[in-house]
Structure formats: structure tokens, C-alpha cells
Design a protein around this ligand. Structure first.
Ligand code: HSE
Length: 296
């Protein structure tokens, strides 16, 4: 039996659209066993995900194919801790869990870099799978079919809160509302803000982070899909939180708070409960470890 733990991720972090991703202390854990009964058994998920279209299973097949391995039977169990279709990288965890689980099951013939390449190909962009694999705050790019990343650790002055609604939003719906073209001024607006957001998160520059996260590439279009977005983000700022953004493609709102503002947790919990029931607040820290093989 192999057990793989994969962190959830928050992509974009405001102005870093399709570039930044941050691994957080919220996890999906997958268990794998090869069987000789010729059957595929998938547990821990809804019935509709228990067949060969299951994303964890499909990811495993990619590794088996590349390694020339023929599996007779498989048991997969998912222990799901990350809300689904909420912008917290749950599909990236399925891909990464399946790839690393399959590789570990057959004696690790593929390197981490090879698994990263397959994960990017499957997900279509690297900003969730890169932090899910490597942990920390990751900026990544694909150039001429090759994937590159730089990982940094977030400064300990920051803590994170996922403010999660009770409705899902699919990434494809959230990409459909984006414009085909953007103004030159919107591109130049984002460039220094993205760079300074990354550096502020690493250096612990709270005052920079308060102003650097305004985005003009995706959030103005996407926030219309998220009921209560404006009021919740305004309240978060009123409660002294440093900044907020849409987590990945949404609909979760990521709040970045200073550890020196400990009242935020209670104030926001009470506000959500009283004014926007259905939303939940999940306190989180950065995960610097990335994917972990817990037992092998
Ligand atoms: N960067 C992607 C997007 C992340 O914002 O569409 C989605 O998982």
C-alpha cells in the first residue's frame, strides 16, 4: 500500500495570473494498492467518480504507459479534505496524487521533473500542479514545451484564510468570461504589482502587500460570478487583513493576514455566520513540503 498526501493550492495570488501558485496546509490523501484480481476499485468518492474516467486513475495510466507497466488490478482510496470546484486546486491534487502514487507503486522509474511535465500537460497550465508538487510559493512558465519553476518560501509574518462559498465554479466557466484581448495599460498595471506581490510575500513586506495585489487581467471579470465578493473583500480589509484575491479561478476568496492581527479569525467567522451563511472560513498556512509519500 502506498499513501500520497498532496496539498491544495491557490493559483494567481491576485496579479500573478497563470503564473503564481501557493501550496497551503489543506490536503487530499490517496492510497494505492496493486491487485491481481483484474478489477479497478475506487473508494472515498461519489459513485460517479468510481470508473475509468476518474482523474486519479487516468493520471496513473499515464505513468504506467510511459514506464511500460501493465497493471492487473488497482485499488484507489481518496481521503478528500479539499473542497471540490472551489479554486483550491483539488483537480491538481488528483493528477499529482495519481502520478506520484503510480510511480511509487512500480519502483519510481520516472523522475520528479518527468512527473511535473506530465502533470502540466494534463492540467493545461503549471500554476496549480507546480506548488502541489514542490510546495511553497511557486512561479512557473512553459517555454517551447519545457516547464520551468522557481520555488520560494513565504515569510512567517503571513497567514492565510480561505473564505469558501457553498457554490462551485468551474475553471472553464471562469476562463470563458475573460477577454480575448487586453489593453496595454492593463498589462503594464499588472507587471510591477505581480513582481512586488511575489517579493513582498517572500520578504515579509506587509505594507507593500497592502497595495500590490490589484489585478486587471482576470479578477474584474470573474468577481461578477461570485456573489458577495465585493462586500466580503471590503469587510476583510476593514478587519485589518492585508489583502484579498480570488483563489485560482474562484469562487473561494483568499485573505492574506498578518500574524500581528490575531482578531481577524474571530471577527470574520462571526461576520460570515451572521451575514453570509453558507460561507466557511478555513485558516491555513503555507505548505513548504509539497507532495509527500507517507507510506511505501
Ligand atoms: N490560473 C488558472 C486560472 C488557475 O486562473 O484560470 C485555475 O486553476
Amino acid at each position: 500500500m502506498i499513501k500520497i498526501r498532496v496539498p491544495g493550492t491557490s493559483a494567481n495570488v491576485g496579479p500573478g495570473f497563470d503564473a503564481f501558485g501557493l501550496a497551503l496546509t489543506i490536503y487530499n490523501t490517496f492510497s494505492f494498492e496493486e491487485k491481481s484480481d483484474g478489477k479497478l476499485t475506487i473508494r472515498g468518492v461519489d459513485k460517479k467518480y468510481q470508473g475509468t474516467t476518474n482523474l486519479v486513475y487516468r493520471s496513473m495510466q499515464k505513468v504506467f504507459k510511459k514506464a511500460g507497466h501493465h497493471s492487473k488490478g488497482l485499488y484507489i482510496h481518496s481521503d478528500v479534505g479539499i473542497p471540490i470546484s472551489r479554486g483550491l486546486g483539488s483537480s491538481a491534487t488528483c493528477i499529482v496524487g495519481g502520478l506520484f502514487g503510480a510511480n511509487a507503486l512500480i519502483g519510481s522509474p520516472l523522475t520528479t521533473e518527468e512527473l511535473f511535465d506530465i502533470a502540466v500537460e494534463m492540467e493545461g497550465h503549471p500554476d496549480n500542479v507546480a506548488p502541489a508538487i514542490f510546495g511553497g510559493l511557486v512561479v512557473s512558465l512553459t517555454d517551447q514545451g519545457k516547464n520551468f519553476y522557481i520555488k520560494s518560501e513565504i515569510h512567517p509574518t503571513f497567514e492565510f484564510y480561505a473564505i469558501v462559498p457553498d457554490f462551485p465554479l468551474s475553471t472553464s466557466d471562469a476562463r470563458q468570461v475573460l477577454p480575448k484581448k487586453i489593453n496595454f495599460s492593463d498589462a503594464t498595471h499588472n507587471l510591477p504589482r505581480a513582481t512586488m506581490t511575489y517579493l513582498a510575500l517572500v520578504n515579509g513586506s506587509e505594507e507593500i502587500l497592502r497595495v500590490s495585489m490589484k489585478d486587471r487581467l482576470h479578477q474584474p471579470y470573474r468577481k461578477k460570478l461570485i456573489a458577495h465578493y465585493d462586500v466580503i473583500t471590503r469587510k476583510a480589509r476593514d478587519m485589518g487583513c492585508l489583502n484579498t484575491c480570488i483563489s485560482g479561478a474562484g469562487p473561494t476568496i483568499l485573505a492574506i493576514n498578518s500574524v500581528n492581527n490575531p482578531g481577524f479569525l474571530n471577527e470574520m467567522s462571526v461576520y460570515l455566520k451572521e451575514k453570509v451563511p453558507g460561507w466557511q472560513l478555513i485558516p491555513l498556512f503555507p505548505d513548504n513540503a509539497g507532495v509527500q509519500i507517507l507510506r511505501g
